[in-house]
Design a protein around this ligand. Structure first.
Ligand code: URA
Length: 214
C-alpha cells in the first residue's frame, strides 16, 4: 500500500495502546482480560477521536479567581455500536464520553456472500443533529461498516467518524471508496483477509472473544 493510500485514516501508534493490543491479539488472553483490554484501548481511542472537537470558553470560578476556561462545544455526540462486537468498545467510549447518546445497528455477515444483512436499527430521534461515532472492532471486508454508514446517512446523519481496533487493507479500500467523507481511526492496519473473511494476523472472532461464546 502506498504511504498515503489511506488518506482519511488515522492509526494510533502509541506504545501503551500497541502493548495492550498485542495482548488482545494473543490467543492465550482470557475473556475477562480481553474485555478489560478492549475497554482500556477504547479509552485511548475516544481520546484520539475527539481530538478535533471544537471548544468554547466559559467563565469558571476557581477557589482563587474567575477566568474563561475551555469546554467542548458544537454538536452533541452519539455512539453507534454495530452489534454485537461493537458493544465491546462501547463501554470504554462511554467511560470518557458519559453524556453521549447511544444507537445500535444489528448486522450479520451472510456466510456465503460475506454481505451485511440488517436485523436491528435503533438510534436516538435527534441523531441528525449529532456527531456520530460508529464502533466496530473489526473492519474486515468493510461491508458491515458501509451498510451501517449507508443507513445512518439515509436517516439524515451528516457528521460521522468510524472507529475500529483492526482494519484490513481490503476493508479500508472498500470503506473509503463508499464513504470518503468518513474519517477512520484504528489501532492497526493488518496484513490481509483470509479466505473466510478473517483479518490476519487479527485477533480471531471479536464477538466470540468479548462474550466468551467459543
Ligand atoms: N470479524 C471478526 O470478528 N474477526 C475478523 O477477523 C473479521 C471479522
Amino acid at each position: 500500500m502506498s504511504a498515503n493510500e489511506f488518506d482519511n485514516v488515522s492509526v494510533i501508534n502509541h506504545p501503551l495502546l500497541q502493548h495492550k493490543l498485542s495482548y488482545v491479539r494473543s490467543a492465550d488472553t482470557t475473556t475477562d482480560n480481553f474485555r478489560r483490554l478492549v475497554r482500556e484501548i477504547s479509552h485511548m481511542m475516544a481520546y484520539e477521536i475527539t481530538r478535533d472537537l471544537p471548544t468554547e470558553k466559559i467563565a469558571i470560578t476557581t477557589p482563587l479567581t474567575t477566568f474563561d476556561s475551555p469546554v467542548i462545544s458544537g454538536k452533541k455526540l452519539c455512539l453507534v455500536s454495530i452489534l454485537r462486537a461493537g458493544t465491546g468498545m462501547l463501554d470504554g467510549m462511554i467511560d470518557l464520553l458519559p453524556g453521549a447518546r447511544v444507537g445500535h445497528i444489528g448486522l450479520y455477515r451472510d456466510p456465503e456472500s460475506l454481505e451485511a444483512v440488517e436485523y436491528y436499527f435503533k438510534v436516538p430521534e435527534d441523531i441528525q443533529d449529532r456527531l456520530v461515532i460508529v464502533l466496530d472492532p473489526m473492519l474486515a471486508t468493510g461491508h458491515s461498516a458501509i451498510a451501517a454508514l449507508d443507513r445512518l446517512k439515509e436517516v439524515g446523519v451528516t457528521s460521522i467518524k468510524f472507529a475500529c481496533l483492526l482494519a484490513a487493507p481490503e476493508g479500508l479500500r472498500n470503506l473509503l471508496a463508499a464513504h470518503p467523507d468518513v474519517p477512520v481511526t484504528t489501532a492497526s492496519i493488518d496484513w490481509h483477509l483470509n479466505d473466510h473473511g478473517y483479518i490476519v494476523p487479527g485477533l480471531g472472532d471479536a464477538g466470540d472473544r468479548i462474550f466468551g461464546t467459543k
